[in-house]
Design a protein around this ligand. Structure first.
Ligand code: GUN
Length: 296
């Protein structure tokens, strides 16, 4: 189907950001002889195939821009104590600027306790209560990569946020809540909708900027979108069709919504690559702060 919405090309923008980061890292290493490269530790527990694919993507991207990886992959039976000891060691490790615990974790583990053990200055996922608190206060902080990636995508396409009605569908701590706060900080009028919201379609139709992070394929169809809206699809769902072929789809019915939206993100190639780019950027930001180098 011919689409009228302009695509927000996260893949291309992420590529540009990564090239800039690679140049930055290269320059810093030339200017400061003997300085170590930035380092990131991604911790993964168990064999969730989607998580494994994300972690591989993150490590590949690190290698491309010149960030050293200190990732560890633990069996699904690993104890809380072992993971806590690992995080404490990484907090002390001078080669490491960023620590990320890939979520979700197996049920026997206390994810929040692990996240709160991470040194807030190395919390490149922005999930520590201190960084979330700074976000609530509108203070500078390490910010969650997916919501920060969405904001960067809007900015790169000069999409105005101030004064707009923004509706975020989804209230997760990873995306919905921090994104609502970032939009609020940019002076949008923000509504957070979720699975218990009555008449979700009517709420969604009020949005100038509609952000969908519910994890439900096809949740948003054309009847839920105001003509001319900006639609950001954060969903990444693997679905299998009747012939057994599997593919990635978002939470938005792309073909139905494309003719009426002004801007729309594709899945894949929209928000996903931006998450990785912002993770790398957070790691370099943390590195610069640790070495008292200028950032931004
Ligand atoms: N699982 C899916 N997305 C993310 C993310 O951005 N960070 C972490 N830690 N886990 C995830």
């Amino acid at each position: 189907m011919a689409s009228s919405a302009q695509l927000l090309d996260g893949k291309q923008l992420a590529q540009t950001l990564q090239t800039q980061l690679a140049e930055r890292i290269q320059t810093l290493q030339t200017q400061h002889a003997g300085i170590r490269p930035p380092g990131l530790a991604v911790l993964m527990v168990g064999d969730n195939p989607a998580s494994a694919a994300y972690v591989r993507g993150k490590e590949r991207a690190c290698a491309k821009v010149g960030i050293a990886s200190f990732g560890q992959h633990f069996p699904g039976t690993t104890s809380q104590a072992e993971l806590e000891a690992t995080i404490e060691a990484l907090n002390q490790d001078d080669r490491v600027d960023g620590i990320l615990v890939q979520l979700p974790l197996p049920d026997h583990l206390d994810a929040v306790r692990l996240l709160h053990l991470i040194d807030p200055d190395k919390d490149v996922d922005g999930l520590h209560a201190l960084n979330l608190g700074r976000l609530v206060r509108g203070e500078p902080s390490l910010r969650s990569c997916t919501p920060a990636g969405v904001m960067r995508l809007l900015a790169a396409y000069d999409i105005p946020v101030a004064g707009k009605s923004a509706v975020v569908i989804g209230r997760s701590i990873l995306v919905g809540k921090p994104l609502a706060l970032m939009l609020l900080q940019e002076n949008a009028t923000v509504t957070i909708a979720h699975s218990r919201t009555p008449d979700l379609a009517a709420v969604a139709r009020r949005a100038d900027i509609l952000i969908v992070a519910a994890g439900r394929p096809g949740l948003v169809d054309a009847s839920m979108v105001k003509p001319g809206a900006v639609v950001i699809d954060v969903g990444i769902n693997r679905v299998t069709d009747t012939t057994g072929v599997s593919r990635l789809v978002g939470d938005v019915d792309f073909d139905g919504v494309a003719p009426i939206a002004q801007y729309l993100t594709p899945v894949p190639g929209g928000v996903g690559p931006m998450t990785i780019a912002l993770l790398l950027e957070n790691t370099v930001q943390s590195y610069c702060q640790r070495h008292a180098l200028p950032w931004g």
